[in-house]
Structure formats: structure tokens, C-alpha cells
Design a protein around this ligand. Structure first.
Ligand SMILES: C[S@@+](CC[C@H](N)C(=O)[O-])C[C@H]1O[C@@H](n2cnc3c(N)ncnc32)[C@H](O)[C@@H]1O
Length: 340
């Protein structure tokens, strides 16, 4: 459920503090995979707002039950316990209530106990200032990281809203970009940095290596779940198949991290032979050829290929531009973004 580096600390560092939502009149937050309720408890503790609306989605009634039973690591967790206990009581899981803490009048909490994929389509458009996405890793629950699910998140978040998640997985970031989010590196806490996303705000850039791998290699192929109802295995299998289809035709192979060699002199390095073999499938003769520079030019402050484009201002824009350029090499129709 949590990192060994400290569950409640992670709630503050990775989910709550990056929101920068302090001192608002009303803030509305969607806590997906609310689990024991630590992220919402940290939110209530940290945020200063006249009114706070929290919608919590957790698939397992047993976990909600555990949320009521575990010792509270911070005092605001008792507010979550109260909301969870009310839900258990109203739904017939318990027959009396024991939590004496009251939910403050300026806080409204609604609990949904169902698969988040079923709840999301019923939520209003452009409603939330913040979304926490705290599912298990994409290997375990890919259904909560698919392009279609993330498009639902893009629909319900406000234009200046912020989505935080602890994962930095390439297919998740790629799906966020396809769904219209700007993506940035989240704070690192114990494990790798997470991801912060917003429809309109440009957040801390991704590293140039992450931008390249997401844009140009098959690791950037997102999970998909067109009906928002497929099994984990089916979603994983579909992505594997899609990766095989696009590898060496529309995306560079992720083996030996091929995209990272664009712009380099490939003479005698350990993997150069394999990299060149991968590049040549796209008509890229070597790491410094004009085709190679054309593809990676959007990452440079001054144009390096003669297209005249100056550096694009966000990771999202650079990723989309590089991807379009790579795809245009395979069709033979070179693409350059309108300089406006
Ligand atoms: C990493 S834990 C979340 C920890 C939580 N944020 C906390 O503060 O304790 C992931 C949670 O996602 C829940 N979950 C798994 N699949 C889900 C789904 N499809 N919809 C909603 N919740 C789900 C699990 O039951 C588990 O409680």
C-alpha cells in the first residue's frame, strides 16, 4: 500500500505539497485509490481554504474498514475515519459508530466504494482543483493508467488544476500528454520522482532523456482500455502487441535506449552497432546525420538542423514535436511545427 520510506510523509511530499493550492476560497479534490485515507488527511492538515470538498474513490470496503481501524498518524486522519465510518454505517457494513470526531462544517467528504473506472464517467466536467492518483504500480493495476482513464481525468479537472501521482512510468506520462496534460517531474521521495500534471500549467520539466524516450521509443506507447472495463492481463497484452507493431516502424526501439544516441558521434562505442541498425530502419544514417538532428532539434535552445524553430517551452510540446518529426521520416513528408 505504501512506501517503506514513510506513508504519511509521502502523502505530504508527493501528493499534497506540489499542489500549491494554499489560501483558496474553495478547493475540490478527487482522491483516487484513497486507501487508508492518508493523502486526504494530509491535504486537510496542509491546505488553508475556506471550504474543502473531497471525493474519495476506493474499490475495497475492507480497505475502508482498515482505514477506520488503523492508528491515525496525524490528527486530521480522524476526520477521514469519521467519513469512512459513516459510509460503512450507511451501507450496512457496521451497525454502530464509534468515532467521536466530527467532520468540520467547512469540509465535505463523499466516499465512493467502486472501481474508479466506473465512477469517473459520472463526475462533472472541469470540477476538480486537484486529483491524487495513488493506484498500485502500472504493472499491477494498468487499468488506472490507461489513455482512456487519463482522458477522463483530463475531462474532470479544472484547466489550472493539478494531478499528482507517485509513478514516473513512461507509458503513464505519455498517456497524460496524449490526453492534453503538461507533465513534469514530481518531487523524489524514497523512490524516483513522481509526476505532476496540469492541463494548462507548465510544471518542472522532465529530464531530456525522459523526453526522448517517451517521444521516440516504444516505451512511450500507453496502456489502452477502450471500454474502461478490460482486465489487467488484456490491457498488458494489448500494449505489448502495440509496442511490437510500432517498434522500428513508427518508434525507435527502446533496446539499448536508442533515442539517446541521436546527436552523438557513433564511432566504436559498446552499443553503436545496434543503435545504428535501429536508426537506419528510419533512414537515419548516423547519430549526427541531418535526419538525426532534425528529430531532436526541438530540445535545443537554437535550431541545430536548419528548420528555424526555437526551443519549445514545455516538455509536452517538445515530446509531441519530436514524435511528429520521427513519424514524418517514415512517411517521407518532413514535418515542422508552425513557428507561431
Ligand atoms: C497504493 S494504495 C493507496 C494508498 C492510499 N492513498 C492511502 O492513503 O492509504 C492503492 C489502493 O487502490 C485501491 N484500488 C485498486 N484498484 C482500484 C480501482 N480499480 N478503483 C479504486 N481503487 C482501487 C486498492 O484497494 C488500494 O487501497
Amino acid at each position: 500500500m505504501h512506501t517503506v520510506h514513510g506513508a504519511i510523509s509521502e502523502a505530504y511530499e508527493k501528493f499534497v505539497k506540489p499542489l500549491q493550492l494554499e489560501n483558496r476560497d474553495t478547493i475540490k479534490v478527487l482522491d483516487i485509490c484513497s486507501g487508508l485515507g492518508y493523502n486526504s488527511a494530509a491535504l486537510i492538515d496542509h491546505i488553508r481554504a475556506d471550504n474543502i470538498v473531497i471525493h474519495m474513490i476506493e474499490v475495497s470496503p475492507e480497505v475502508i474498514f482498515a482505514g477506520v481501524l488503523v492508528p491515525s498518524p496525524i490528527s486530521t486522519h480522524r476526520i477521514i475515519k469519521r467519513a469512512y465510518e459513516e459510509w460503512l454505517f450507511e451501507n450496512g457494513w457496521v451497525h454502530f459508530q464509534m468515532i467521536s470526531t466530527k467532520i468540520p462544517e467547512n469540509i465535505s467528504i463523499k466516499v465512493f466504494c467502486e472501481d474508479a473506472r466506473q465512477i469517473l464517467p459520472s463526475l462533472p466536467r472541469g470540477y476538480y482543483n486537484a486529483i491524487f492518483l495513488d493506484a498500485f504500480s502500472p504493472d499491477k493495476t494498468p487499468e488506472l493508467y490507461t489513455l482512456e482513464f487519463i482522458m477522463e481525468l483530463a475531462r474532470v479537472i479544472k484547466d489550472d488544476g493539478i494531478l499528482t501521482t507517485y509513478t514516473s512510468a513512461a507509458p503513464v506520462r505519455s498517456a497524460m500528454i496524449e490526453a492534453g496534460f503538461h507533465v513534469g517531474e514530481g518531487p523524489s521521495f524514497g523512490r524516483r520522482g513522481g509526476t505532476i500534471a496540469s492541463p494548462s500549467k507548465v510544471i518542472k520539466d522532465l529530464s531530456w532523456t525522459d523526453e526522448r524516450m517517451i517521444a521516440l521509443s516504444d516505451v512511450g506507447i500507453p496502456y489502452t482500455d477502450p471500454s474502461l472495463a478490460d482486465s489487467r492481463d488484456r490491457i498488458i497484452e494489448r500494449r505489448k502487441k502495440e509496442r511490437r507493431t510500432v517498434r522500428n516502424t513508427r518508434r525507435l526501439s527502446s533496446t539499448v535506449r536508442t533515442p539517446l544516441y541521436l546527436g552523438k558521434d557513433l564511432k566504436g562505442g559498446k552499443y553503436d552497432h545496434r543503435v545504428l541498425k535501429n536508426l537506419r530502419k528510419f533512414g537515419i544514417k548516423d547519430g549526427l546525420s541531418k535526419e538525426a538532428l532534425y528529430v531532436i532539434c526541438p530540445q535545443y535552445s537554437d535550431c541545430i538542423c536548419g528548420c528555424g524553430l526555437s526551443r519549445l517551452s514545455s516538455s509536452r510540446d517538445r515530446i509531441l514535436e519530436m514524435r511528429n518529426r520521427l513519424e514524418s521520416l517514415s512517411t517521407g513528408k518532413l514535418y515542422v511545427r508552425n513557428k507561431e
